[in-house]
Design a protein around this ligand. Sequence first.
Ligand SMILES: NC(=O)c1ccc[n+]([C@@H]2O[C@H](COP(=O)([O-])OP(=O)(O)OC[C@H]3O[C@@H](n4cnc5c(N)ncnc54)[C@H](OP(=O)(O)O)[C@@H]3O)[C@@H](O)[C@H]2O)c1
Length: 313
Amino acid sequence: MNWTAQDIPSQQGRRVLITGANSGIGFHTALELARHGAEIILPARTIEKATAAADRIKQAVPNAQIVPEVLDLADLSSVRAFAERILRLYPQPSLDLLINNAGVMAIPKRQLTPDGYERQFATNYLGPFALTARLFRAVKPVSGSRIVIVSSSANRVGRIDFENLQSERRYSPTSGAYAQSKLADSIFAIELQRRLTASHSPIIATAAHPGIAITNLQKSGPGETSLLNPTRIMTALLKPFFTHDASHAALPTLYAATAPDATPGGYYGPNGFQELKGAPAEARIPRMALDPAIAARLWQVSEQLTGIEFPIA
Ligand SMILES: NC(=O)c1ccc[n+]([C@@H]2O[C@H](COP(=O)([O-])OP(=O)(O)OC[C@H]3O[C@@H](n4cnc5c(N)ncnc54)[C@H](OP(=O)(O)O)[C@@H]3O)[C@@H](O)[C@H]2O)c1
């Protein structure tokens, strides 16, 4: 039987932090979690965007508890300030779920963040790594607590190129920088679980990919400038056949976040042709994501680049 949003267990009394929930798949993930009783901490790049999303959720779920917040994952000082506010607001470990969903895709020309890192790698991977590291002690050390990382099936064409991590030597927007950042997400989820297991933590790490849904993602990266942009052309051609809407695309994340059957280190995506659309099921993990040596090196490099030690204890 297909797993749907109706199968989400009660989230009453649970506190969720989800990034990128003012739009697309993250919005629908937050909406369903709120519908099932969770309190949602909803950071967006501006407080206006966060408040507007909170209002939209409250229209559908009038008694929803939403805490709008500000976070720019592409700026490590913003990640730090946000994490410090959360830790001040909730001094005791009180997060049940941390969902790293926010992302950007296919920025046509290489851009650098305020920290000097390539924007897709910074937003999709380094920022979430830093956020998870800073907020790890806010996650309740109990069974039922989860850290979820949203990847992409683009991880299959990615490789971690330690000599070109910031695309400083060559920049390819989709198959290079985006795919690398999403492979890094998969590696992060698996390595995080390795470390949680080694330290006997009851917290688990899971990952998910949504298949394909037409959201702001396809325009926020490529921009509106070129009608001949390959991503836009591909999107228009494939849309009727190979995409599902954002509410369905949110289901693998919701499964990874809430299903009692989700396994530590598990990776979930749609069960249809090429995992493009369909109901949540186990997804194919690229071989490079399973290599512990690459994972250990990436972790160490990420600690250096973010300036944050991330011990799991
Ligand atoms: N849609 C797909 O087909 C697809 C396929 C594979 C994987 N994914 C993954 O699914 C996740 C959600 O994507 P989506 O399709 O829902 O796209 P979306 O509608 O563009 O949502 C992306 C969210 O991330 C936020 N974000 C972007 N840069 C940020 C930053 N620097 N700091 C904080 N938040 C930032 C966006 O905020 P703003 O509104 O301010 O831009 C937005 O809320 C992403 O990780 C994406 O890589 C999507």
